[in-house]
Ligand binder design. Sequence first.
Ligand SMILES: Cc1ncc(COP(=O)(O)O)c(C=O)c1O
Length: 395
Amino acid sequence: MIPDVFRKCFNFHAANDLKKTGLYPYFHRVESEQGPEIIVDGKQKIVVCSNNYLGLANHPKVIEASVAAAKKYGTSCTGSRFLNGTNDLHEKVENKFAKFVGKEEAILFTTGYHSNLGSLSSLVGRNEVLITDKLDHASIIDGCRLSFGETARFRHNDMTDLERQLIKHNEKGMLIVVDGIFSMEGDVANLPEISKLAKKYGARIFVDEAHSLGVIGENGKGSGEHFNMGADIDVVMATASKSLASIGGFIASKAEVIDYIKHNARTMIFTASLSPACVGAIDAALDLIACEPERRTTLIKNSKKMKSAFESMGYNTNNSNSPIIPLTVGSDLVAFKMWKMLFDEDVFASPVTTPAVPEGQAIIRTSYMATHSDTHLDFILEKFKKVGKELGIIT
Ligand SMILES: Cc1ncc(COP(=O)(O)O)c(C=O)c1O
C-alpha cells in the first residue's frame, strides 16, 4: 500500500466522538464583543475564561484608536517589518512599551507566539542552553525547539531543580525562561530566587509577562515590578492579546539585544507586520493601563473574592495567586461534563485536559476581569456550587 500522509486525518475520530456525546467544548461561536457577558451559539452566557483582564477590549478609547489607525494607515502593512512593513505607529508603541517596562528598547512582533519563537530561537544558539520551567507556555517550548541550542527543563517553580540544571550547564551561556504568571496554574514565578541563582551561575533571565502585564505590580508592569526587581530581568516579553486588548507581542531589553533579535528572528523577518488597527489599540491600551489603575484594583479584588469563595466551597485552587484560578476536577471526562453543565447553566468556562495536564488532574481554568460585577461573580459561584455538587467534586 502507498503511504498517505492524510491517513492519520481519516483515522482521527476523537473530536467527532466527543461531539456525539454533546460534550465538545471547542470552537463555539461567539456572536458579540468580548465582555463579561457574551452571546455564544445564540445565547447569553457569563464568561469565566477570558484573558481580557482589564476589560479594555471593548473600551471606547481603544476602539476609537484602532479605527483611527486603520483610517490613517489602511488595513494592512502588506509586508515584513524588515522591509516595507514598519510604520511610525509601530515605533511609537515600541518606545512606549520599552519606557513602561523600564528597558532601553522594544520590538513589536505580529503575535506573542511569534515573539517567543523568534526571540528565543535567535538568542540561544549552538553550545548555549535554554533553561525552562516545565510548565512554561507552548510558545516558549516551540521557541526552544526552533533554537539550535540545547534545552534543559526544571520542575515547576522548583529552585533546587533549577540550580541543578544551572550547575550541570555552567560551562555554557544560559538563558532562564519563565512565565511571570503561569497561564494554566495562575501562580507567580519565584523571581527573587531565580535572580539570585542567575547571578550566582552567570545566566540571563527572560520573563514572559503575557498574563502579568497590566495585572500585577504597583503600576501593572508585571512580575518584575511585583517583586520590585524589574532591572534583574534581562528580557521582558509581553503579548498584546490579553490586558492590551489587541494582538501582537513585545520583546524589550538592552538596545544591542533588540537590534540582534530584529536582524535575526525569523518570525520578525519572514512574516508581515502587525496591522495598524491592532497597533492603534495597543497604543490606547498602554495609556489606559497607566491612567485607569482602578481597573487593576478591581481585578485583584474580584480574583481574591473568587479564590476564597471557591476554597470555602471545597475546590482545590492549587497555588494560584492571580486572576487565573484553575479548579482541579478529576478525569478529562469529568472536565468535559462539567464544562457542558456550566454551559447549560449559562456560564462559559474552559476545560483543560490531557496532554496539557497530567492524567486525572483535568482542570476548569477560570479567569477574571475588572469588568465582572459582583452580580456576575455571585452567579458564577452559585453555578459552580450546584454543578460541583452534582458531579461530586465538592460536598
Ligand atoms: C504565557 C503565554 N505566552 C505567550 C502566549 C502567546 O501569545 P499570543 O496569543 O499573543 O500569541 C500566550 C497565549 O496564550 C501565553 O499564555
